[in-house]
Design a protein around this ligand. Structure first.
Ligand code: BEZ
Ligand code: FE2
Length: 421
């Protein structure tokens, strides 16, 4: 079964950001196939002449592009609205510990709402950080393409065996649910919160199971001081919340990277990473994921993207969870980022923001999507964007004017969301 769709403007999201006017995509749409792929990208008129018997839809005043990937999101924090405190990292982390229990009450509805919002925002793929496993079933049952990062966290040496067993149980459950759209994976919360021994076990497990691994890394200046100087606010934190007098980190930043060196890991935030760290991340084939609005709320700054480009790392943009954001819509996220990075060339930034939610996260997650190209999975999004046809700055105008709700979304060639007015 084949289908053609076309639009006034097609963003291929290849390395050069090629754009096709009045373009069309021919793709497979067999409801029983686990791999419906893009077969051809061409001028819409030529394509429909070549395949006159196929169903073909053209979207005027719209952009057709690869469906988005939100590579770092916490569905389990979907209940937060005003529980958590923003402004600096210590205030925020203390508020998370204080409100942990109440945030997880009646969670199912909140998780479902945010799954629906991902689909409505044109997102086909998510990298979901799962701390407790509450999101596993709703995500496995959703139409989304999911990389489910089962997360390990814990610094108490006495609790490590229990914590690892708990992680294994969640991971095994995910292995049973594994299919073409649901990939089990692992996460280490961060080097400040996860004991070296537990981190190492998780890294070895990721290697032996050949799954993706994600971690928060160097998110705050307090974390940097803790990992590099072994003192500062985290010492008080461990004494106050965990009653550990004179606590010390169980590894430094480079020892953490060494643990992950053959896993092509995903590093989230890296706001306080120095050039030596970025060099090493690049050498071990890691990727860096930004969450600009989360960074603004918790740490009052954005990652310097030039430092990434310098070591040939491609920036990836994600929303993080509602624990550090007010909306998990990715177009809104990159629109905010566009205004946050005021010093960068506007047209170049717009292209990078779009590649950072399509092409680059697909590579980091190991998905065969994120680009419109023959042989890629048919994960496609169509967004209304008035005036795009005549625009001389299409990527920039898309970032500014695209509707934040998708018109139609295809995942694996199947229509999974249609916006009805
Ligand atoms: C812990 O569970 O040990 C932990 C949690 C959050 C931050 C730091 C440590
Ligand atoms: Fe996060």
């Amino acid at each position: 079964m084949l289908k053609i769709i076309g639009a006034s403007c097609v963003f291929k999201c290849d390395q050069d950001f090629s754009i096709l006017q009045d373009g069309g995509v021919l793709f497979e749409c067999d409801p029983h196939s686990s791999s419906n792929q893009i077969l051809k990208i061409q001028d819409f008129a030529t394509l429909t002449q070549e395949y006159p018997h196929l169903q073909a839809t053209f979207y005027s005043d719209c952009v057709l592009l690869p469906a988005f990937s939100n590579a770092h999101i916490h569905f389990e924090f979907s209940n937060n609205q005003s529980h958590l405190l923003y402004g600096d990292f210590p205030t925020w982390l203390s508020s998370v510990i204080a409100h942990r229990e109440e945030l997880f009450e009646n969670l199912t509805q909140g998780i479902q709402r945010e799954i629906n919002l991902q689909l409505a925002s044109g997102i086909s793929s998510v990298g979901a950080i799962s701390s407790y496993g509450y999101d596993i079933d709703p995500l496995a049952q959703s139409p989304l393409r999911v990389t489910l990062f089962n997360e390990a966290i814990g610094s108490n040496p006495q609790a490590l065996d229990f914590l690892y067993q708990n992680l294994l149980e969640r991971f095994e459950k995910c292995k049973i649910l594994k299919n073409h759209k649901f990939s089990p994976a692992l996460a280490i919360h961060s080097p400040y919160s996860t004991h070296y021994v537990l981190s190492k076990k998780v890294a070895l497990l990721a290697q032996s199971e050949s799954v993706k691994l994600s971690c928060h890394f160097l998110e705050s200046k307090e974390e940097k001081q803790w990992l590099y100087e072994k003192n500062g606010w985290f010492q008080e934190f461990f004494s106050h919340f965990f009653k550990v007098a004179n606590a010390k980190p169980t590894m430094n930043a480079h020892e953490f990277l060494d643990l992950l060196s053959n896993l092509s890991p995903l590093f989230v935030h890296c706001l306080f990473a120095d050039d030596a760290i970025f060099d090493k991340i690049s050498q071990i084939n890691g990727s860096v994921i930004c969450a600009p609005r989360s960074n603004r709320l918790l740490n009052g700054c954005y990652l310097d993207l030039d430092r990434l480009t310098h070591v040939k790392l491609a920036p990836i943009f994600s929303t993080d969870g509602l624990s550090s954001n007010y909306s998990l819509n990715l177009i809104e996220e990159i629109r905010s980022a566009f205004f946050g990075y005021a010093h960068l060339d506007a047209e170049k930034l717009a292209k990078n923001l779009l590649l950072g939610i399509t092409r680059f996260p697909a590579i980091a997650l190991g998905n065969n999507n994120g680009e419109l190209k023959e042989g890629k999975d048919a994960d496609l999004a169509i967004f209304p964007c008035c005036g795009i046809q005549t625009s001389q700055q299409k990527p920039l105008h898309f970032v500014l004017y695209a509707q934040t709700q998708v018109k139609d979304l295809y995942i694996n060639g199947i229509g999974e969301y249609t916006w009805k007015q």
